[in-house]
Design a protein around this ligand. Structure first.
Ligand SMILES: [Fe+2]
Ligand SMILES: [Fe+2]
Length: 150
């Protein structure tokens, strides 16, 4: 790929990486908020949120490093996060974020077919998002039937 600043393909990829980086910031912060909110009630779920947040933080850096490599400058947006005390609402919001991530990265596998390094990176990130989605969904099913804890 051409590294010239006016290469439209390069700019398209940098824009896509910026979107990914900011979505990963949002997920990181939301899962840390949820970890803090649930830890005293369910430390196992709290650890699950923390572990997902650490994965998302690693994803931020994969994308920001790629932006650097392509000669772009990372741009930070706002990162709205869900907060509240209901565990089922937290999990529903987190599952929605994971579904957005899966949709975004699945679409990018198509867009980035001509860029093997990025394609491999997106495949690996997508696999993490699928794990998060599955884990949060398992917790939601166990909480859905528990009217005391939710
Ligand atoms: Fe992620
Ligand atoms: Fe995720």
């Amino acid at each position: 790929m051409d590294k010239k600043p006016d290469d439209p393909r390069r700019q398209q990829i940098i824009d896509l990486l910026q979107e990914n980086m900011n979505a990963e910031f949002r997920a990181t912060l939301q899962y840390i908020c949820h970890r803090i909110s649930v830890y005293s009630r369910d430390s196992v779920l709290g650890e699950s949120f923390k572990s997902a947040a650490l994965d998302e933080m690693a994803h931020i850096l994969y994308f920001s490093d790629m932006i650097d490599k392509l000669g772009g400058a990372p741009v930070f947006t706002d990162w709205p996060v869900h907060s509240g005390s209901s565990i089922t609402e937290m999990l529903e919001s987190d599952i929605a974020l994971e579904q957005e991530a899966r949709d975004r990265y699945s679409a990018q596998l198509e867009t980035l077919k001509d860029h093997p390094q990025l394609h491999t990176l997106i495949e690996s990130v997508l696999s993490d998002e699928e794990d998060h989605h599955n884990e949060f969904s398992r917790y939601l099913s166990s909480y859905a039937g528990d009217t005391i804890k939710q």
